[in-house]
Design a protein around this ligand. Sequence first.
Ligand code: TRP
Length: 338
Amino acid sequence: MTEGTKRRILSGMRPTGKLHLGNYYGALQNWLRLQEEYECFYFVADWHALTTEYDDPGPLGGYVMEMAMDWLAAGLDPERSTLFVQSAIPEHTELFLIFGMFTPVPWLERNPTYKDQMRELAHKELATYGFLGYPVLQAADILMYKAHGVPVGVDQVPHVEMTREIARRFNHLYRPIFPEPEALLAEVPKLTGIDGRKMSKSYNNCIYLSDPPEVVTQKVRQMVTDVGRPYRRDPGEPDRCLAFPFHRLNLPAEKIEEIVTACRSAELGCVDCKNLLAEALVANLAPIYEKRRYYEEHPEAVREVLLEGNRRAREMARRTMREVREAIGFKLEFQLWA
Ligand code: TRP
């Protein structure tokens, strides 16, 4: 496929650990869908992770591999999508620096995601230059590959918005070379962790793509269901049940209807109902689990995918940076690597 014939998609994830079902249904499935139709670039945003993990970056390297394994196991296809690692493409830092020259600090201070994160991570020293500049780095990631669509969650929409403003500003100041990307919001199912709180590594309430079947089954059995149904004989309400969104994602529609009826009439109890879910979920995750096992045993295959992705990404990054330097007026003849 030659460049420009397909619209380009780019997105990244911070390597903060193994992927859980929240990440899978919330983001990864959308990425998988998009790769059917578009030229996709997906990358591990390890520099972005460093903005908050600068005091303990040790695990980041390992998480990069874990993330790549989860991606491949879930079905991201390196033949169709370019899978790469941000920190392997030094051009991102150069573009970040250049964007930093004309991005007004008040844009960054006003950013709602920045303010939320500051509040959420109040225990950390995050009044840093790098953390304030997080969306500028993100703009460099996106514009480097001239992406048209950026699949992200709602919390990231302000960053894509700022990317558009940065693109506009660059195009106006120098020469129009960057398209303005759009955020692609997918419908995200409302999933909670097994204890009913938001599914999050720090709450220890996640089901991971890498969990073996018996662990998945055990976690499903622990799931909080309908708190308005204290006794087995009480009629239940699937709309109140915290496990039910998982049923919807894993069981066929006819089965769902049956369950709804049997729950409301108290024919079906939560224990049996969760067993149905466990069985379906385990079956659906089995191919991912098996594939992941393969990659765990063959880390060299994962490294090879990332190396090839890095090569492809870097080639495009080099090309963009040549255009950028030219647009600004830097003389290429002095540059050893261009
Ligand atoms: N900030 C994103 C997140 O936390 C990760 C990210 C970094 C990203 N660079 C990106 C997402 C570029 C989309 C495009 O989820």
